[in-house]
Ligand binder design. Structure first.
Ligand code: ADE
Length: 224
Protein backbone atom coordinates (compact mmCIF):
# COMPACT_ATOMS: atom_id res chain seq x y z
CA UNK A 1 0.00 0.00 0.00
CA UNK A 2 1.24 3.48 -0.82
CA UNK A 3 -0.11 6.62 0.84
CA UNK A 4 0.70 10.05 -0.58
CA UNK A 5 -0.18 12.67 2.02
CA UNK A 6 -0.56 16.30 0.94
CA UNK A 7 -0.20 18.86 3.72
CA UNK A 8 0.92 22.40 4.59
CA UNK A 9 2.48 21.05 7.81
CA UNK A 10 4.75 18.14 6.77
CA UNK A 11 6.77 18.23 10.02
CA UNK A 12 3.68 17.13 12.00
CA UNK A 13 4.05 13.66 10.47
CA UNK A 14 7.66 13.13 11.63
CA UNK A 15 6.84 11.53 14.98
CA UNK A 16 3.69 9.44 14.48
CA UNK A 17 4.70 8.02 11.09
CA UNK A 18 8.15 6.97 12.35
CA UNK A 19 7.34 4.94 15.44
CA UNK A 20 6.19 1.45 16.27
CA UNK A 21 4.01 -0.52 13.84
CA UNK A 22 3.70 2.30 11.30
CA UNK A 23 7.49 2.65 11.11
CA UNK A 24 8.03 -1.11 10.92
CA UNK A 25 5.48 -1.41 8.10
CA UNK A 26 7.68 0.90 6.04
CA UNK A 27 11.06 -0.65 6.90
CA UNK A 28 9.64 -4.12 6.15
CA UNK A 29 8.43 -2.80 2.78
CA UNK A 30 4.71 -3.44 3.25
CA UNK A 31 3.81 0.24 3.17
CA UNK A 32 5.22 3.35 1.53
CA UNK A 33 4.30 6.77 2.91
CA UNK A 34 5.25 9.93 1.04
CA UNK A 35 4.60 13.35 2.57
CA UNK A 36 4.20 16.24 0.13
CA UNK A 37 4.52 19.86 1.24
CA UNK A 38 1.78 21.81 -0.52
CA UNK A 39 3.96 24.93 -0.34
CA UNK A 40 6.34 23.32 -2.87
CA UNK A 41 3.49 23.63 -5.41
CA UNK A 42 2.70 27.28 -4.74
CA UNK A 43 2.69 29.33 -7.91
CA UNK A 44 3.23 32.89 -6.63
CA UNK A 45 6.49 34.36 -5.38
CA UNK A 46 5.33 34.49 -1.75
CA UNK A 47 4.69 30.72 -1.81
CA UNK A 48 1.10 31.27 -0.63
CA UNK A 49 -1.18 28.25 -0.81
CA UNK A 50 -4.31 29.95 0.56
CA UNK A 51 -6.36 33.03 -0.23
CA UNK A 52 -9.38 35.03 0.97
CA UNK A 53 -12.83 33.53 0.42
CA UNK A 54 -14.88 35.05 -2.40
CA UNK A 55 -17.90 36.80 -0.92
CA UNK A 56 -16.04 37.62 2.28
CA UNK A 57 -16.07 36.01 5.68
CA UNK A 58 -13.42 34.96 8.16
CA UNK A 59 -10.76 32.39 7.36
CA UNK A 60 -8.53 31.56 4.46
CA UNK A 61 -9.24 28.92 1.84
CA UNK A 62 -6.66 26.52 0.40
CA UNK A 63 -6.36 27.36 -3.31
CA UNK A 64 -7.21 24.97 -6.13
CA UNK A 65 -4.04 25.46 -8.21
CA UNK A 66 -1.28 24.12 -5.91
CA UNK A 67 -3.46 21.16 -4.90
CA UNK A 68 -4.23 20.34 -8.54
CA UNK A 69 -0.54 20.61 -9.48
CA UNK A 70 0.47 18.25 -6.69
CA UNK A 71 -2.26 15.69 -7.40
CA UNK A 72 -1.73 15.82 -11.19
CA UNK A 73 2.00 15.20 -10.72
CA UNK A 74 1.29 12.16 -8.55
CA UNK A 75 -1.28 10.80 -11.01
CA UNK A 76 1.33 10.94 -13.78
CA UNK A 77 3.44 8.46 -11.79
CA UNK A 78 0.79 5.88 -10.82
CA UNK A 79 -2.95 5.33 -10.69
CA UNK A 80 -4.82 5.97 -7.46
CA UNK A 81 -7.95 4.16 -6.30
CA UNK A 82 -8.95 7.09 -4.08
CA UNK A 83 -8.18 10.76 -3.46
CA UNK A 84 -9.37 11.23 0.11
CA UNK A 85 -10.08 14.62 1.66
CA UNK A 86 -10.12 14.67 5.48
CA UNK A 87 -12.93 16.95 6.60
CA UNK A 88 -15.42 17.09 9.50
CA UNK A 89 -18.34 17.00 7.02
CA UNK A 90 -17.16 13.75 5.41
CA UNK A 91 -18.44 10.22 6.02
CA UNK A 92 -17.53 9.11 9.54
CA UNK A 93 -14.66 6.61 9.64
CA UNK A 94 -15.43 3.16 11.05
CA UNK A 95 -13.77 -0.27 10.95
CA UNK A 96 -15.81 -1.43 7.95
CA UNK A 97 -14.60 1.55 5.92
CA UNK A 98 -11.01 0.94 7.10
CA UNK A 99 -11.23 -2.73 6.05
CA UNK A 100 -12.47 -1.76 2.58
CA UNK A 101 -9.89 0.98 2.04
CA UNK A 102 -7.05 -1.29 3.22
CA UNK A 103 -7.56 -3.37 0.04
CA UNK A 104 -6.44 -0.42 -2.12
CA UNK A 105 -2.91 -0.09 -3.41
CA UNK A 106 -2.45 3.67 -3.88
CA UNK A 107 -4.30 6.48 -2.14
CA UNK A 108 -3.83 10.23 -1.81
CA UNK A 109 -4.78 11.81 1.53
CA UNK A 110 -5.40 15.55 1.34
CA UNK A 111 -5.26 17.52 4.60
CA UNK A 112 -7.34 20.67 4.76
CA UNK A 113 -6.49 23.66 6.87
CA UNK A 114 -7.91 27.04 7.82
CA UNK A 115 -11.47 27.25 6.45
CA UNK A 116 -11.02 24.24 4.17
CA UNK A 117 -10.25 23.87 0.49
CA UNK A 118 -11.71 25.55 -2.57
CA UNK A 119 -14.91 23.63 -3.42
CA UNK A 120 -13.59 22.92 -6.94
CA UNK A 121 -10.97 20.60 -5.39
CA UNK A 122 -13.78 18.61 -3.79
CA UNK A 123 -15.91 18.64 -6.95
CA UNK A 124 -13.22 17.64 -9.45
CA UNK A 125 -10.25 16.01 -7.69
CA UNK A 126 -11.46 14.32 -4.51
CA UNK A 127 -13.14 10.89 -4.74
CA UNK A 128 -13.96 10.36 -1.05
CA UNK A 129 -14.43 12.61 1.99
CA UNK A 130 -13.76 11.19 5.45
CA UNK A 131 -14.29 12.56 8.98
CA UNK A 132 -12.78 10.90 12.04
CA UNK A 133 -15.60 12.09 14.30
CA UNK A 134 -18.09 14.83 15.10
CA UNK A 135 -15.63 17.43 16.36
CA UNK A 136 -13.50 19.99 14.56
CA UNK A 137 -9.69 19.70 14.51
CA UNK A 138 -7.49 22.61 13.51
CA UNK A 139 -6.44 20.74 10.39
CA UNK A 140 -6.75 17.43 8.58
CA UNK A 141 -3.26 16.22 9.57
CA UNK A 142 -4.21 14.38 12.76
CA UNK A 143 -7.19 12.88 10.96
CA UNK A 144 -4.92 11.68 8.13
CA UNK A 145 -2.60 10.06 10.69
CA UNK A 146 -5.54 8.32 12.37
CA UNK A 147 -6.76 7.01 9.01
CA UNK A 148 -3.25 5.97 7.93
CA UNK A 149 -2.70 4.07 11.20
CA UNK A 150 -6.06 2.29 10.95
CA UNK A 151 -5.28 1.21 7.36
CA UNK A 152 -1.63 0.27 7.76
CA UNK A 153 -2.24 -2.26 10.56
CA UNK A 154 -4.66 -4.10 8.25
CA UNK A 155 -2.10 -4.62 5.46
CA UNK A 156 -1.13 -8.32 5.39
CA UNK A 157 2.23 -8.92 7.06
CA UNK A 158 2.29 -5.66 9.03
CA UNK A 159 1.13 -7.14 12.34
CA UNK A 160 3.39 -9.86 13.72
CA UNK A 161 0.49 -12.00 14.87
CA UNK A 162 -1.53 -12.34 11.67
CA UNK A 163 -4.73 -13.11 13.52
CA UNK A 164 -4.61 -10.15 15.85
CA UNK A 165 -6.37 -7.62 13.60
CA UNK A 166 -9.25 -10.08 13.26
CA UNK A 167 -9.83 -10.12 17.02
CA UNK A 168 -9.88 -6.31 17.36
CA UNK A 169 -12.89 -4.47 18.66
CA UNK A 170 -15.42 -3.71 15.89
CA UNK A 171 -14.49 -6.70 13.71
CA UNK A 172 -17.78 -8.72 13.82
CA UNK A 173 -19.46 -5.59 15.28
CA UNK A 174 -18.38 -6.70 18.76
CA UNK A 175 -16.06 -4.97 21.19
CA UNK A 176 -12.99 -7.02 22.16
CA UNK A 177 -13.18 -9.12 25.36
CA UNK A 178 -10.98 -8.39 28.42
CA UNK A 179 -7.38 -9.66 28.34
CA UNK A 180 -5.07 -10.69 31.20
CA UNK A 181 -1.38 -11.53 31.61
CA UNK A 182 0.91 -12.70 34.43
CA UNK A 183 0.81 -12.78 37.44
CA UNK A 184 -2.27 -14.96 37.94
CA UNK A 185 -2.99 -13.04 41.15
CA UNK A 186 -1.94 -9.50 42.12
CA UNK A 187 -3.04 -7.81 45.37
CA UNK A 188 -5.82 -10.41 45.51
CA UNK A 189 -7.02 -9.42 41.99
CA UNK A 190 -7.44 -12.70 40.16
CA UNK A 191 -7.38 -13.74 36.52
CA UNK A 192 -10.64 -15.57 35.59
CA UNK A 193 -10.02 -19.28 36.13
CA UNK A 194 -11.25 -20.35 32.71
CA UNK A 195 -8.31 -18.55 31.05
CA UNK A 196 -5.74 -20.66 32.90
CA UNK A 197 -7.70 -23.92 32.48
CA UNK A 198 -6.14 -24.78 29.10
CA UNK A 199 -9.63 -25.75 27.84
CA UNK A 200 -9.71 -24.13 24.37
CA UNK A 201 -13.47 -24.41 23.75
CA UNK A 202 -14.38 -22.99 27.16
CA UNK A 203 -11.94 -20.12 26.67
CA UNK A 204 -13.42 -19.31 23.25
CA UNK A 205 -16.96 -19.37 24.68
CA UNK A 206 -15.93 -17.16 27.62
CA UNK A 207 -14.30 -14.64 25.28
CA UNK A 208 -17.35 -14.51 23.04
CA UNK A 209 -19.75 -14.12 26.00
CA UNK A 210 -17.59 -11.33 27.43
CA UNK A 211 -17.45 -9.57 24.04
CA UNK A 212 -21.25 -9.67 23.78
CA UNK A 213 -21.68 -8.48 27.39
CA UNK A 214 -19.25 -5.59 26.91
CA UNK A 215 -20.94 -4.58 23.65
CA UNK A 216 -24.41 -4.69 25.25
CA UNK A 217 -23.20 -2.52 28.13
CA UNK A 218 -21.10 -0.01 26.20
CA UNK A 219 -22.21 0.05 22.57
CA UNK A 220 -25.70 -1.50 22.21
CA UNK A 221 -25.99 0.38 18.87
CA UNK A 222 -23.45 -2.06 17.37
CA UNK A 223 -25.78 -5.02 18.02
CA UNK A 224 -28.75 -3.52 16.14
N1 ADE B 1 -10.43 18.25 9.81
C1 ADE B 1 -10.87 18.98 10.84
N2 ADE B 1 -11.65 18.25 11.65
C2 ADE B 1 -11.70 16.99 11.11
C3 ADE B 1 -12.35 15.77 11.47
N3 ADE B 1 -13.12 15.68 12.56
N4 ADE B 1 -12.19 14.71 10.68
C4 ADE B 1 -11.43 14.79 9.57
N5 ADE B 1 -10.80 15.90 9.18
C5 ADE B 1 -10.93 17.01 9.93
Amino acid sequence: MRLDIITCLPDLFDGPMNQSIVKRSQTKGHVEIAIHNLRDYATNKHKNVDDYAYGGGAGMVLSVEPIDKCISGLKEQRTYEEVIYLTPDGETLNQRMANQLSLNENMILLCGHYKGVDQRVRDHLVTKEISIGDYVLSGGELAAMVLADALIRLVPGVLNDESSALTDSFQDNLLAPPVYSRPVEYKGWKVPEVLTSGHEANIEKWRHDQAVKRTEERRPDLLD
